[in-house]
Each structure stands twice: as structure tokens, then as C-alpha cells.
Unconditional design. Structure first.
Length: 88
């Protein structure tokens, strides 16, 4: 077995995030567009997005939990920081 990485060493996406209201609850939606092909993939939750990225990168071995921090810049723009912590 080789220690060399398999597949593409580089993946580029355009990430879009937006909020929706559902039964009084604010939820995040996301989409990824592959830079090379233009193919789009939509996600109904950030966890679905993270699962997809873990699968695409082969990083599904050790589960991680996203911690999302929101900082509102103004009424139209939001700065989002996503940090990952390893679940043990």
C-alpha cells in the first residue's frame, strides 16, 4: 500500500451560503459549484455540505463537528467562520 495521495490533489469550488426561515427557525442552506466543470450541488444543511466534502476528500474516517460563528457586518452581508473540532 502506498502513502501517496489518490485522485486529484486540488479541488476548487464556489461556495454559496444563505439563510431561510422554516417554522420560525433560521436554517442555513448551501451550494457548491465545481470550478472545473460548473456542476452544482445543493445542500439543505451545513452538515450535509460537510458530509459531502468529507466524502470527496476521503476524510470521513474521523468525525468532526463544525462550530459556526456568525458576525453581522451589515444588513446585507454576513461574515461566517467555520471551525472544526475532532470528536473523540
Amino acid at each position: 500500500m502506498s502513502n501517496e495521495p489518490r485522485g486529484n490533489l486540488h479541488q476548487s469550488y464556489l461556495l454559496r451560503l444563505w439563510q431561510v426561515q422554516d417554522k420560525g427557525q433560521v436554517l442555513w442552506r448551501a451550494s457548491l459549484q465545481e470550478a472545473a466543470t460548473g456542476q452544482q450541488q445543493g445542500f439543505e444543511s451545513l452538515e450535509g455540505l460537510f458530509q459531502y466534502l468529507r466524502k470527496k476528500t476521503g476524510q470521513a474516517i474521523e468525525p468532526v463537528s463544525p462550530a459556526i460563528e456568525e458576525k453581522y457586518v451589515d444588513a446585507e452581508r454576513v461574515h461566517i467562520t467555520i471551525r472544526f473540532r475532532r470528536d473523540r
